[in-house]
Ligand binder design. Structure first.
Ligand SMILES: *Cc1c(COP(=O)(O)O)cnc(C)c1O
Length: 465
């Protein structure tokens, strides 16, 4: 029987939570012990009424929730959820489709196909590229690099899916020294090793240096994969992709671009020049749960060579019923087998925003990042460390009282987190501690920026005084 009471209660609890986002403290207040006390205990012999369970769950998690979906969460690169994508995500759960095969959900397969075409068009990527809807940026990088591994070894006469890596021709992997940690994790999982990569030095904004790439490629004979990025996770900077693509192509290397959030900038006519050359890559990894503001988990793997993509992912079993015609089996393009129909919320967001809406979302966040930088740097003792080319702001605070810059900056971050007006975290930038502010939420307004800048400056003054 349908439990409408539980569904209605969940909708009420969700709405109440979302309404609290603009005013609630952004960080969690609960401690490990208090949360364990609120939620733990042995599993009872008898079950509990569903509405009681939902109410208890909502009450129990309350102090342990972080307002990442709210307008003043600037930590990591997180993103919120557009209302329409959240609603579509609820429907995805209600429909409970298995989006592995066309036959298990023709609707999910077609919606992914449509959303994939929209994304390629929006970002100016080749319309013939294949797209897999995965769980996040890490799996997007993993999937794309699996396709890369397949293709560069195939060209060297080796079938890596059948034979594995033992005995394979040596494969070179070249990454920026600023590559995201998930690139290394993906390489580790693919048996390519996270330490045996060659690292290309980056400039003061974190951009890969093409002359160094050229020199390193000189020393790579045989199958080679190059990993560049669009959107440095600290500075937001873009690697010079046109030059990198030309060098990779001349060398016969596969070029992968990690564009977890930065690739969305291609949807903005104003920002697209930063991505010149991006379309010349062989694969791209990106997130929908970051800048497109889709609920977790939503990553996108894109490969310019569909046959390599499919060969690296494809599972076959006697009981599977592969699509015989033009139908798309989603599992051909992702590491998972049974899976959530994560195309629905992406489709809903893209349709609700339209091309202009996506561009506005991206441009607005970048404008707000510049506003934040202006508010902060107007004050003595506050330094902005990066060129604000995108949505990321790196800040350092001069010590007022004989401590080091690193200590002063870490102390300001701690006070901002405890204050609760906004939440942000630290990073290491060019060897020293920095505050990192990331603006990727559809709901953030100019007023949120001003309030947050005031809270940050207050925290800085408290340290100095
Ligand atoms: C966030 C991020 C990733 C990882 O994405 P997840 O969705 O967290 O797995 C990879 N690369 C870059 C540049 C990122 O910003």
């Amino acid at each position: 029987m349908i439990d409408r009471e539980s569904l209605a209660l969940a909708a009420d609890l969700a709405a109440a939570y979302l309404e609290s986002l603009p005013s609630r403290p952004v960080g969690a207040r609960g401690t490990l012990d208090s949360l364990r006390a609120a939620l733990g205990g042995p599993l009872a012999e008898e079950g509990v009424d569903p509405t009681r369970v939902l109410k208890d769950l909502a009450a129990g998690v309350e102090t342990g929730l972080v307002a990442t979906a709210g307008p003043r969460y600037f930590g990591f690169v997180i993103g919120g959820s557009l209302p329409v994508s959240l609603a579509a995500d609820w429907l995805t759960s209600a429909w409970d489709q298995n989006a592995g095969l066309y036959v298990t959900s023709p609707a999910a397969a077609v919606v992914e196909e449509v959303a994939a075409a929209w994304i390629l068009d929006l970002l100016g990527l080749p319309a013939t590229a294949s797209v897999g809807f995965v769980t996040g940026g890490q799996m997007a990088n993993f999937t794309a690099l699996a396709a890369a591994r397949h293709e560069v070894l195939r060209r060297a006469g080796w079938d890596v899916e059948a034979e594995g890596l033992p005995g394979a021709p040596p494969l070179h992997v070249v990454v920026s020294e600023e590559a995201h940690v998930t690139i290394f994790a993906s390489l580790a999982m693919l048996g390519l090793g996270s330490r045996r990569v060659k690292r290309v030095p980056a400039d003061e904004q974190g951009r890969m240096r093409p002359p160094d790439l050229a020199a390193i490629l000189e020393g790579c004979d045989g199958p080679t994969i190059v990993c560049a990025q669009a959107g440095n996770v600290n500075s937001g900077a873009f690697d010079p992709l046109a030059e990198i693509a030309a060098l990779s192509r001349a060398h016969g290397a596969w070029l992968h671009v990690d564009g977890a959030f930065g690739l969305w900038a291609a949807a903005s006519p104003a920002l697209r020049p930063h991505l010149e050359g991006a379309a010349l890559a062989d694969s791209w990894g990106m997130d929908a749960h970051k800048w497109l503001n889709i609920p977790y988990d939503s990553g996108i793997a894109i490969v310019a060579h569909p046959s390599a993509h499919r060969a690296a992912m494809r599972a076959t079993a006697a009981y599977l019923i592969p699509a015989a015609g033009a139908e798309r089996d989603p599992l051909d393009w992702v590491p998972e087998f049974s899976r959530r129909a994560r195309g629905f919320p992406v489709y809903a967001a893209l349709r609700a925003l339209g091309r202009r809406g996506v561009a506005d979302l991206i441009d607005r966040c970048c404008r707000l990042a510049r506003r934040m930088a202006e508010r902060l740097e107007a004050h003595e003792g506050v330094r902005i460390l990066n060129e604000i080319v995108l949505n990321q702001v790196l800040v350092r605070f001069d010590p007022g009282n004989g401590s080091t810059t690193g200590d002063a900056t870490r102390a300001v971050i701690g006070r901002v987190q405890r204050d609760g007006t906004c939440w942000l975290s630290g990073t290491t930038w060019r060897g020293e501690a920095a505050m990192r502010i990331s603006i990727v939420n559809w709901a953030t307004t100019g007023e949120d920026i001003d309030r947050s800048a005031e809270a940050i400056l207050r925290a800085a003054r408290e340290g100095a005084g």
